[in-house]
Design a binder for this molecule. Structure first.
Ligand SMILES: Cc1cc2nc3c(=O)[nH]c(=O)nc-3n(C[C@H](O)[C@H](O)[C@H](O)COP(=O)(O)O)c2cc1C
Length: 246
């Protein structure tokens, strides 16, 4: 990317995001050759000290931790607005202020939150079908596009059926510069770490509400960027998660 108005797009972090995109009909091209599969666990031979497991009964968070599973099959029906609100709150609810920083339910390096949250609504009470953006400070969804976009979303998610069946699908884009202006190329690490926290909050909240939820990392980058209406450089889709009735 040699756009003189965006010199930062030449930086390692931006190039890495761009060069690891999926494109229709092809995998990632690289020069790594075949790679060995490392062991899935590291084991030290020393003495084991068994730990007590938390008792889940009546303990919301621990019950949600125990019950969370990636669930990809949903029944038809309508998701309540209360539940969608609770899920949005879990991901990005505002819980404090520290100087200029608007603090949220999920941590973020430097409190910079270098991402945006979008929600595809397919069947949610009191909301028209369409694409929405989450206004974090007003805690409101802003409609960007009206209509049933579930087929486009399904294709963008490499034909994963859950994207068509879900009542709502969260999509997170990076806004890398928000973080790179301070952390330079190291910002690349933080966007993924930050969004891991955000998505885990969503999966736990969904478990607590007896809803199905599944993260999605396999998608066609440019197709989804186009669908959302972002340019793929300053802002680009990095992660999604479906939510559906069980
Ligand atoms: C970063 C990330 C990307 C994922 N992408 C997909 C995906 O594209 N499709 C899918 O069906 N599951 C996806 N998953 C779900 C994993 O397959 C799932 O978490 C894993 O199998 C462990 O199962 P569990 O979540 O039920 O514990 C993803 C999970 C993560 C954390």
């Amino acid at each position: 990317m040699s756009d003189p108005s965006r010199p930062y797009a030449r930086g390692l972090a931006f190039r890495c995001l761009s060069e690891t995109k999926y494109h229709p009909g092809m995998g990632i091209k690289d020069d790594l050759g075949s790679l060995p599969h490392p062991d899935m666990f590291k084991m030290y031979p020393g003495k084991r000290f068994p730990l007590p497991k938390p008792k889940a009964e009546g303990r919301g968070l621990f019950l949600a931790l125990e019950q969370r599973r990636s669930k990809r099959r949903y029944t038809s029906g309508t998701l309540s607005l209360e539940n969608l609100g609770a899920l949005c709150y879990a991901t990005q609810g505002v819980t404090g202020q520290s100087g200029p920083f608007v603090l949220r339910t999920a941590p973020s390096a430097g409190a910079l939150y270098p991402f945006e949250t979008y929600v595809f609504v397919t069947d949610v009470k009191a909301l028209d079908q369409g694409l929405y953006h989450l206004d974090v400070r007003e805690f409101a969804l802003v409609m960007l596009q009206e209509g049933d976009l579930s087929n486009d979303l399904y294709r963008g998610c490499l034909n994963q059926a859950m994207a068509k069946k879900a009542q709502a699908t969260f999509v997170w884009t990076h806004v890398l510069l928000r973080c790179a202006a301070k952390y330079r190329n190291r910002a690349l690490r933080y966007i993924f770490l930050d969004l891991g926290h955000v998505c885990q909050n969503l999966t736990l909240a969904a478990a607590a509400l007896d809803l199905g939820c599944c993260p999605i990392g396999a998608f066609l980058d440019d197709e989804l960027n186009k669908l959302i209406g972002v340019d793929g450089v300053d802002e680009s889709v990095v992660y999604l998660a479906t939510v559906g009735l069980l």
